[in-house]
Design a protein around this ligand. Structure first.
Ligand code: ADP
Length: 389
């Protein structure tokens, strides 16, 4: 019987997960990876380390507890000879209190739940599996890892808003998100001896953001106090003139709840295209509004990459990651084309093939695709936290 830990990365439409064997060596060994879709009829999909399909079947109802139950049963009863000794979670917001991974005791979970106003849709969603697992396996040690934590190294002025100082003291500041993904990329670059490069990482998924990093530290990021800021996203608006929000509230009959719905669920690629928030759908569509939505996504990403190059004082490396970053040659090409003036030049054939390095040898910026792995970062943190006890 081997000891294994489960990493859960709960998103808006799925729970991505990894199963890790824990040996003597310290580094968790990936045993399987997969996802449970939670938006429609839940479906458990698991792949082996080599990428072979291990499971692809419907499970239970549209309910997080059912999904977790199915997953735990699969690991312990079907996957074979594994005993779960722990579970790690991606938690969206650690607020000003939590910047390091923590053991999820009931008072800690209470404190995290109180942070829901900081990430109204994402925080409750990321805590739901913690409760489900606690019901199912009350003795399992659970660890929370925060998407905000990697950005705690952002200093003034990058982390500040131009509001009266009292607001900063009340916690109104740039937190930034997607930290587990950026931490993985930073560890990958460090392993290659490239941590000293001035690097912008473009995490382009349903949620999308950029991180300016050097020496393994975040120096700036496009998401801010909330996960609404920065790039155009699947259904979120990204940076928007705050005057628009005032206007809608004061003169357009908008309530705070409706505004939240508009900005988080009905804007971004979905709002602009009127078709879908999913990049694959838009790339396949012939509708001019779909094309305009993709163009706006690309335009804003290029503009923000240039802004972060300014924070870094130049750019040596641009990394694309997450669903769109790893798989959309069109988006990568569009962004790099707009940034030629920075000395970026990409190889069209390599970009189409999704090569690990898509820039030409003459490019003054190395452009790379690095598939992210938030789940292994969670597993590493679980081991580090539990090792302290
Ligand atoms: P999240 O984890 O934020 O839910 P992902 O990182 O899985 O999101 O990214 C989802 C996005 O990636 C969707 O917009 C999807 O259309 C896009 N995507 C995935 N594969 C491709 C592809 N082959 N071409 C273009 N876009 C893709």
């Amino acid at each position: 019987m081997r000891d294994a830990i489960l990493s859960l990365n709960t998103g808006s439409s799925s729970i991505k997960f990894g199963v890790y064997d824990v040996g003597e060596a310290g580094e968790p060994a990936t045993a399987a990876r997969g996802a449970i879709r939670t938006d429609r009829t839940p479906r458990l999909v698991v792949r082996s380390v080599e990428g072979a399909s291990l499971v692809d079947r419907e499970v239970g109802r549209e309910d997080v507890s059912d999904a977790i139950d199915a997953l735990v049963n699969w690991v312990e009863q079907e996957f074979g000879k594994r005993r779960l000794i722990g579970c790690g979670h991606r938690i969206v917001h650690g607020g000003t209190v939590f910047s390091d991974p923590v053991l999820l005791s009931p008072p800690t979970v209470d404190a995290l739940e109180k942070m829901a106003p900081l990430a109204p849709l994402h925080q409750p969603r990321s805590i739901a599996p913690v409760h489900a697992m606690a019901e199912l396996r009350p003795r399992l040690r659970q660890v929370g890892c925060f998407d905000t934590a990697f950005h705690r190294t952002i200093e003034p002025p990058a982390g500040c808003y131009a509001l009266p100082r009292a607001y900063e003291e009340r916690g109104i500041r740039r937190f930034g998100f997607h930290g587990l993904s950026y931490e993985y990329i930073a560890s990958y670059l460090a392993q290659e001896g490239k941590a000293d490069q001035r690097t912008v990482v473009a995490h382009l998924g349903n949620g999308a953001s950029l991180c300016a990093m050097r020496h393994g530290h975040s120096l700036d990021t496009t998401m801010g106090f909330s996960a609404l800021d920065g790039l155009v996203m699947g259904t979120r608006c990204g940076t928007i003139d705050p005057g628009i929000l005032l206007y809608l509230l004061q003169h357009d009959g908008m309530t705070p709840d409706k505004l939240q719905d508009l900005l988080y669920q009905n804007s971004g690629l979905l709002g602009v295209s009127g078709i879908s928030g999913d990049m694959r759908d838009l790339e396949q569509s012939k509708d001019p509004h779909a094309r305009e939505a993709v163009e706006l996504f690309v335009f804003r990403a290029a503009r923000e990459i240039a802004a972060l190059a300014s924070t870094l004082g130049g750019l040596d490396c641009l990394v694309f990651t997450a669903g769109i970053g790893e798989h959309s040659a069109t988006v990568r090409w569009g962004i790099c084309d707009r940034l030629r003036w920075l000395g970026i030049s990409i190889d069209d054939a390599g970009n189409q093939r999704h090569d690990p390095i898509v820039s030409n040898p003459t490019s003054s910026v190395e452009v790379r695709i690095i598939p992210t792995d938030e789940e292994i970062v969670i597993a590493r943190h679980w081991l580090a936290v539990i090792g302290q006890f």
